[in-house]
Design a protein around this ligand. Structure first.
Ligand code: ACM
Length: 523
């Protein structure tokens, strides 16, 4: 609370935020009037913070504004300076005596931050730089959107204490069905970090393409890397490019979860190496849209040399704790073979020092290491075997990431008349449906600690470029981000919709090609 002591506390009537209200610039009694009077709009936030108390007054960026961020806070301070300088047109230097104070110190909410805005300054504090970074994402939304005509940069006074409901808040991007460049992945990382997501799961291999250089297996990229769905040219990341993505994500406090889907969804690998096939004959490249027809050869030792090379090389490139082995839709593998294969791969991953993650189908495996994460992709009303598969993962000491396909799969069509999107998980998937579910409510009998978090997967069979990524993800991924962050008790779509509409102004200013979904009062 150092800044409050330093700046003085006005003790004015606290106004709980109720929609967008307007407050005039507050001048303490006895002070000279400000050079001009400004109206400062109280900005709404997505995800909704845990606690927010607005007060009178506002901070105005000006010639004297400077960022004080030393020690562990310094890189986040530089990130903030780079964000704000183009907006405010000010020099905004770094200065230990500055009035925009960023602090890393113990005593703040786990995974979150405290933020105060007063007319004399801004103070954000967190236990670690990741929390500070999240506070800065809040600060960005408290600022007016960068629209034409805005010349006065001011933030209404407020006190925010904020922390996440779940530690894992993910987006998944399928770079296998269609390939996306390093620059596109970086742009998506910035977009998801702004709504406090902290995981990017990259689906790096599938029937239609193989997307990462693996040393010793050059044909994976020479053959598997050049194709994609629909027959257009694919692409792949060199290990150096993958490291560049990992480092960029780390600078946004986003952890990369690499997925190599197996034993099914492997046609690109099977087309690259004949020896991975039980027949010993390489498959033809695949450009179509079906699933469930390919399988690694479970009883050949070369298969496990192949998997170990991938796991070990990727483990060395990616500091994040998880390695995702896919494991879904392995209809071309017998159940006995599937169990044998997944058991062996889980051990390879654990031996490489990583925590295994897989689609919840891996719950068929008899021996699941403690800590294994199952990603749930059945509907919000579980069907078939998904309750027993998830229960088995939990019994082994694992946890669940919730991505129910009927509400969290942002590749599903917004409406059946859309040309873009897939339609196997009961679309239309409206923004109301993406918002209107609770991860723990899918399995109400499971204890709270069973749930590591949530994820919004974007499969890309029908998605070809950044504009289409953004169109499918936004705004539905904002709903998933709020489900992952905000307390569940007071969530309602009616209350969310106007905040989402305000965020739409920011999305527009950022050039995000979002869908103006019905039922939201877009501005
Ligand atoms: C999946 O959607 N097949 C995980």
């Amino acid at each position: 609370m150092a800044l409050i002591h330093r700046m003085g506390w006005y003790g004015t009537l606290a106004i709980l935020l109720a929609g967008a209200t307007s407050v005039t610039n507050f001048t303490p009694a006895g002070s000279p009037p400000p050079p001009e009077s400004v109206n400062v709009t109280v900005r709404t936030l997505v995800p909704k913070p845990v606690q927010r108390i607005d007060s009178q007054g506002s901070y105005r960026f000006g010639d004297g504004s400077a960022i004080a961020a030393t020690g562990d806070a310094r890189p986040v301070g530089e990130y903030l300076a780079n964000l704000l300088r183009p907006l405010t047109g000010e020099l905004l230097p770094m200065n230990p005596k500055g009035d925009i104070v960023l602090v890393v110190e113990p005593g703040h909410p786990a995974g979150g931050y405290d933020l105060r805005v007063r007319s004399s300054g801004i103070w954000i504090a967190a236990n670690d730089p990741a929390g500070l970074f999240l506070g800065i994402q809040t600060l960005r939304q408290l600022l007016p959107p960068p629209v034409a005509g805005v010349t006065t940069w001011a933030i209404a006074a407020t006190d925010i204490t904020d922390f996440p409901r779940f530690s894992y808040r993910g987006a998944m991007l399928d770079v296998a069905r269609h390939f996306f460049t390093v620059a596109e992945v970086k742009r998506y990382i910035d977009e998801i970090a702004a709504i406090k997501l902290n995981v990017l799961h990259l689906h790096l291999s599938d029937d239609q393409g193989w997307r990462l250089e693996i040393k010793g297996w050059p044909k994976l990229t020479q053959i598997g890397g050049v194709t994609e769905a629909g027959g257009t040219p694919g692409g792949y990341y060199t290990q150096a490019q993958f490291s560049e993505i990992v480092a960029y994500a780390a600078s946004r406090f986003v952890t990369i979860v690499p997925e190599f889907d197996m034993p099914g969804h492997t046609n690109a690998a099977l087309a690259s190496y004949a020896e991975l096939n039980c027949s010993g004959i390489a498959r033809k490249p695949y450009y179509g849209y079906s699933v469930g027809f390919s399988s690694l050869c479970v009883h050949k030792e070369i298969t496990y040399k192949f998997v170990a090379d991938i796991v070990q090389q990727v483990a060395a490139l990616n500091p994040g704790p998880w390695f995702h082995l896919g494991g879904d839709e392995s209809s071309a593998t017998s159940l006995a073979d599937y169990k044998y294969f997944v058991d062996r791969v889980l051990k390879i991953i654990a031996d490489a020092g990583k925590t295994p993650m897989g689609w919840h189908d891996i719950g068929y495996a008899p021996n699941i290491p403690a800590g294994t994460v199952g990603e749930y992709w059945d509907y919000t009303t579980p069907r078939g075997g998904s309750p027993s598969l998830t229960r088995w993962i939990l019994k082994a000491g694992g946890q669940l990431v919730m991505a129910p396909s009927n509400v969290a799969y942002v590749d599903q069509k917004y409406s059946l008349s859309e040309t873009i999107g897939t339609k196997w998980a009961e679309p239309p998937l409206t923004i109301q449906e993406s918002y209107g579910w609770d991860p723990t409510g899918v399995f109400p009998s499971y204890p709270e600690e069973s749930f590591l978090g949530v994820e919004a997967p974007l499969w890309t069979e029908t998605v070809h470029n950044m504009q289409e990524i953004e169109y499918m993800a936004f705004p539905r991924i904002v709903a998933i981000a709020e489900i992952g962050w905000s307390p569940n008790a007071d969530r309602s779509f009616e209350e969310f919709a106007p905040r989402l509409a305000t965020f739409g102004v920011y999305m527009e200013a950022a050039g995000i090609n979002f869908k103006r979904t019905p039922g939201v009062p877009w501005k």
